[in-house]
Write a protein of this length. Structure first.
Length: 641
């Protein structure tokens, strides 16, 4: 008897001495054996039950004919090990179910096929199929949508090639629902680490993530397209049913974002999304497509006028005041409405029609709706072609800069130029800004066009200064659009233009319209201050047309007021009333600002504005906007008017 046996038995035991009374010997089915262990057939297991443990006793033939060898196994330790293994497996399964909807392990069989080794019970909850049932139908491929079979093949190929891999695919559950699944898998290698012998993976149902907008919790574009497709199919079965699509875009949303911050903008979107949802019926669909764009699907309305009434109700609900970051704002929206005209409609066509009508509503000032008609498509196509032409012109550099002189009224001397962009269209020739700048602003092209104008104007000013010594006193004014003002790239463009030209910052004036400044005035004060930090001057263009309050004008760090030409024209009217211009000049003097009168076309207008105290003027009386070559010739002559 070795030392371990003595420890297990609690001392030296020498059969055939009697067993202690507290010991029990059990055979198969926990019944007493017919013979003691040393007389049992070799290999037959018996259990010896002690007060504190249970031992397995196996008799084996001895080399000595008069004896046997008894082997003792501690069953309590084996049971403890088994319990620990089971506990570990339970923890692992619980963990996999926490981090995934179901987990699995696959092995490679003798024929090179992947077969399940184990799969968590949640597989059936997600798919509706028991694993054996799915295998009988042809495996995982049988429930993956045919359109995603290629995704599945690439996924398996990557993992069997020895790489961890993730994919997203769609399955069709037993109930017929389509679910999005994101699967993560990694290979299991053999002991030598060279051959893939299995796959360990975890999958998560991401249907909600794929079909809901994370900000508002509303259906996203993919979900809306699915529901619209189902509605069109229903229209095919029942031609008496109706279908309307509303495309909703919030007016000037970027102003709220830039003025009050992104967090306030997100709050506004959630609020407006909730208002849309509350304004429609339970069976209608409100979706958050992207950014500040929403869509509404209206079905089962008796006639189109009902859809129009609901659209008007939506606009009314949207326009209720909202408090954001301590500021009360009044949002508005533009809506495009499209009606399905039959079961042959396509999802993409209906959405495009509603979007085209939306563009018409926005172009007419926003805060309204427009109903799509085919003529809009032709107009939309024309805009698309014009946008493509603008992009091509930008890449070719077909935006020449013209220069209109700004004159000192006290002595008639040239004091500077305003840089004005033109579009050199191959078909129409030179096109004025009013015909392309609005489209450039809507498409975002104005940012790059404006940057190019800034650079060209500063370089031209540097060239004049190098050639004509007197020109070193000249300044150049460049218009900045509202979209440019809200972009961080404006500072970059200014820095680049000044660095490339060597022009002193104070010789560059940026002209911003009054209307642009009063949209989100708090944030614009900071933006203008950032421009002033660069040393450039800032002018308020078209002053008198934007309805800005005097309190804001006092805090805007501007240097110049430009009197709008509409007030100058009134000087030649029947009343010849110069009161408005005189008031603007007096206000500018009070604030210490320079005044420039725009649109001076007659000698009488010049005489009146000079008498009112305007220091500078520009207009056709002095010169029309000139191409760079003609402006250079003018600088060389250095005329006086």
């Amino acid at each position: 008897m070795n030392q371990i046996a003595r420890a297990l038995l609690g001392g030296e035991i020498c059969p055939p001495a009697p067993w202690p009374a507290s010991w029990t010997l059990l055979g198969a089915d926990d019944t007493p054996p017919a013979t003691p262990p040393w007389l049992a057939p070799p290999g037959q297991p018996l259990d010896l039950v002690l007060p504190d443990r249970r031992l397995r006793v196996i008799a084996r033939a001895s080399a000595q004919p008069e004896g046997v060898v008894l082997t003792l196994l501690d069953l309590e330790e084996q049971r403890a090990i088994a319990a620990r293994l089971q506990e570990s497996e339970d923890r692992y399964r619980s963990l996999t179910e926490l981090i995934s909807d179901y987990a699995y392990e696959l092995t490679v069989d003798n024929q090179g096929r992947l077969v399940p080794y184990w799969v968590t019970d949640a597989f059936q909850r997600v798919t509706g199929f028991h694993i054996e049932e799915m295998l009988a139908q042809g495996g995982l491929k049988s429930i993956v949508l045919a359109a995603d079979h290629g995704v599945l093949r690439r996924h398996i190929r990557a993992v069997m090639g020895g790489h961890a891999h993730a994919c997203e695919l769609r399955i069709k559950t037993r109930g017929g629902a389509v679910r999005w699944i994101r699967d993560y898998a990694r290979p299991i290698f053999d002991e030598q680490g060279g051959r893939v012998v299995g796959v360990l993976g975890a999958s998560r149902d991401i249907t909600e993530e794929k079909l809901l907008n994370p900000l508002t919790g509303l259906p996203n574009l993919a979900a809306f397209q699915d529901r619209l497709g189902v509605a069109i199919e229903r229209l095919a079965r029942d031609p008496r049913s109706s279908l309307s699509v509303l495309y909703v875009d919030f007016d000037h949303f970027h102003v709220f974002n830039h003025s009050l911050g992104w967090a306030a903008g997100d709050t506004l979107l959630r609020t407006l999304g909730q208002r849309l949802r509350e304004a429609v019926r339970p069976g209608d669909t409100v979706a958050h497509l992207r950014g500040d764009e929403f869509a509404v699907l209206l079905t089962e309305l008796p006639n189109p006028t009902d859809a129009i009434r609901m659209t008007e109700a939506l606009l009314s609900a949207i326009s209720a005041p909202v408090e954001l970051a301590g500021t009360e704002v009044t949002p508005s929206a533009s809506v495009g409405v499209a009606f399905a005209r039959g079961h042959h409609e396509q999802v993409s066509d209906l959405l495009q029609a509603a979007q085209t009508a939306l563009s018409r509503a926005r172009s007419r000032g926003g805060g309204r709706y427009e109903v799509y008609d085919p003529a809009m498509f032709r107009a939309s196509l024309a805009r698309l072609r014009k946008e493509s032409a603008l992009r091509a012109a930008l890449s070719r550099g077909d935006f020449p800069v013209f220069y209109q002189p700004i004159v000192s009224l006290s002595d008639g001397a040239l004091s500077g130029f305003e840089a004005l962009v033109r579009w050199r269209d191959p078909e129409r020739g030179l096109v004025g800004p009013q015909q392309f700048v609005p489209l450039a602003e809507r498409t975002g092209l104005i940012v790059d066009i404006g940057g190019a104008v800034l650079l060209a104007a500063c370089q031209q000013l540097a060239a004049w200064s190098a050639e004509v010594p007197a020109a070193r006193s000249l300044a150049v004014s460049v218009n900045v659009s509202p979209q440019q003002l809200h972009e961080d790239s404006l500072i970059e463009h200014i820095d680049a233009a000044l660095a490339a030209s060597g022009v002193a910052p104070e010789r560059l004036q940026l002209e911003i319209t009054e209307t642009a400044l009063v949209e989100g005035p708090e944030a614009n004060v900071d933006r203008v201050a950032r421009l002033k930090e660069r040393g450039v001057r800032v002018g308020l263009d078209d002053f008198g047309t934007g309805y800005s309050s005097l309190s804001w004008l006092q805090v805007f760090p501007v240097d110049t007021l430009k009197v709008d030409r509409s007030f100058i024209r009134e000087l030649d009217g029947p009343s010849g009333d110069a009161g408005i211009v005189g008031t603007i000049v007096a206000l500018a003097r009070h604030l210490g600002l320079v005044v420039v009168a725009e649109g001076i076309e007659t000698a009488d207008q010049r005489r009146v504005v000079e008498a009112l105290g305007c220091e500078f003027a520009q207009g056709f009386l002095f010169a029309r906007p000139l191409p760079a070559e003609a402006a250079t010739a003018l600088v060389r002559r250095w005329p006086r008017w």
